[in-house]
Ligand binder design. Structure first.
Ligand SMILES: NC(=O)c1ccc[n+]([C@@H]2O[C@H](COP(=O)([O-])OP(=O)(O)OC[C@H]3O[C@@H](n4cnc5c(N)ncnc54)[C@H](O)[C@@H]3O)[C@@H](O)[C@H]2O)c1
Length: 386
């Protein structure tokens, strides 16, 4: 086993999950021959520094990314900060020659995402971007159904990412609702996953989009404490404006002539984390939803008179399932998807593979998201630059 020194920047929701994902690599992906060592975590909050050493087993915790990048024991970095810090942190990591695994959206704009992509390319460092839904074994299988031609020619795709994490008007006005700190709202936050899923599963680029968006909850209470992810944040009585989108709907044209509809909301009451993809082809259809992550439905035209969708439970024959469960139908979790992402990132660093969704994929999704934002403003079709 080869040790690899890890630095994690920001120990919020994603930083904690990256940390535990690295820790699971030797048991879940033993053939990689890699044992990540949690060297240092950086977070300005004392409580998170304490959690880093006491709960997650980092050798030490510091306040700034600079101390992480200066540490010679750090060979790879996770960047799990609020969006507005991504560009500076990723460019610094690339310039320090450190491969990085960065959360989505990669930058707050397509321009920032391009700067991150270009810095990594210039430095020749491996990258990974947090498009975790790709790694669900059922999604992997849907991709194979498309690439093997079993669904025929893909004619159209429906993708939606509806959540209710922001559905209460009393939810705190965190960095996520600030255009400078987050960039776009639900477009960068959730639709970026959708853009990646559509392109990854169909193998077709999104070339053109037309979209409309809205803010349904225009102001929210200002937070008076920090939290982790969307939870545990206290608020005062003062309120401030929401600066980015709560909801978006888009039509898209794909490179080989397929069409797609994409919709995303962060204020959809009752849709806890309802992320779904439906594929329609000339010889069949298939669909998957994160709410039932461990199954997919398929309908193949060659079934004669037995028409209708068949529900298939994920099992050892699908994607990386067998690394997590020995028999079929035993649910995997969101955290497992992140472990797969960590493994792909480490394999790309150590073995020179190109498995993980990388900075080029982060840039591709950012270009789609920005074209969506432009179209919502211009009310016209907008091309996605490549
Ligand atoms: N892939 C996914 O499914 C997924 C899910 C959630 C969040 N995300 C992304 O992960 C990123 C982080 O989101 P989160 O939910 O973990 O946020 P969070 O609010 O839970 O954590 C952010 C952390 O950043 C820290 N921080 C603030 N300023 C810092 C600085 N200067 N240096 C270092 N750390 C600093 C904060 O103290 C906090 O601990 C975002 O880009 C978000 O879009 C991705």
């Amino acid at each position: 086993m080869q040790d690899i020194g890890i630095g994690v920047v920001s120990l919020g929701w994603m930083g904690r999950l990256h940390s535990t994902s690295y820790q699971r690599i030797p048991s879940r992906f033993p053939e990689l021959g890699v044992r990540p060592r949690l060297v240092v975590a950086a977070d300005p909050l004392d409580a998170n520094q304490q959690a880093a050493t006491e709960q997650f087993g980092f050798d030490k915790a510091v306040a700034s990314i600079d101390e992480v990048l200066a540490d010679p024991d750090v060979e790879a970095v996770s960047i799990c900060s609020p969006n507005f810090l991504h560009r500076d942190f990723a460019v610094k990591a690339a310039q320090a020659g450190k491969p990085f695994w960065i959360e989505k959206p990669m930058g707050v704009s397509a321009r920032q995402s391009r700067e991150i992509h270009d810095a990594a390319a210039a430095a020749g460092v491996a990258t990974a971007v947090g498009f975790n839904y790709r790694h669900a074994p059922a999604v992997q299988h849907l991709r194979e159904l498309v690439s093997s031609g079993r669904l025929g020619r893909i004619t159209n795709v429906r993708c939606w990412l509806n959540a209710d994490y922001a559905s209460s008007p009393e939810g705190a006005l965190t960095w996520r609702y600030d255009r400078e700190k987050a960039g776009s709202g639900v477009i960068g936050d959730l639709l970026s996953h959708g853009a990646d899923l559509v392109e990854y599963v169909t193998g077709q680029r999104i070339e053109e989009v037309t979209a409309t968006s809205d803010v349904f909850i225009p102001e929210r209470p200002i937070p008076t404490s920090a939290g982790v992810g969307h939870g545990g944040i206290e608020v005062g009585s003062e309120r401030g404006p929401v600066q980015n989108e709560d909801w978006v709907a888009a039509l898209a044209s794909l490179a080989d002539g397929a069409h797609a509809t994409l919709e995303s909301s962060r204020v959809a009451h009752g849709h806890r984390s309802d992320y779904a993809l439906e594929l329609f082809g000339t010889e069949g259809s298939a669909r998957w939803s994160f709410t039932r992550m461990n199954e997919f439905e398929v309908m193949l035209e060659d079934r004669g008179t037995e028409h209708g969708y068949t529900t298939v439970l994920a099992g050892p024959g699908h994607g990386d399932y067998a690394r997590f469960q020995p028999g079929p139908g035993i649910p995997m979790s969101f955290d497992d998807l992140k472990t797969i992402e960590a493994a792909e990132f480490l394999s790309d660093i150590v073995h020179g593979t190109r498995l993980a969704p990388n900075a080029a994929d982060g840039l591709a999704a950012a270009e789609v998201c920005e074209a969506v934002v432009r179209s919502a403003a211009s009310r016209a079709w907008e091309r996605v630059p490549r």
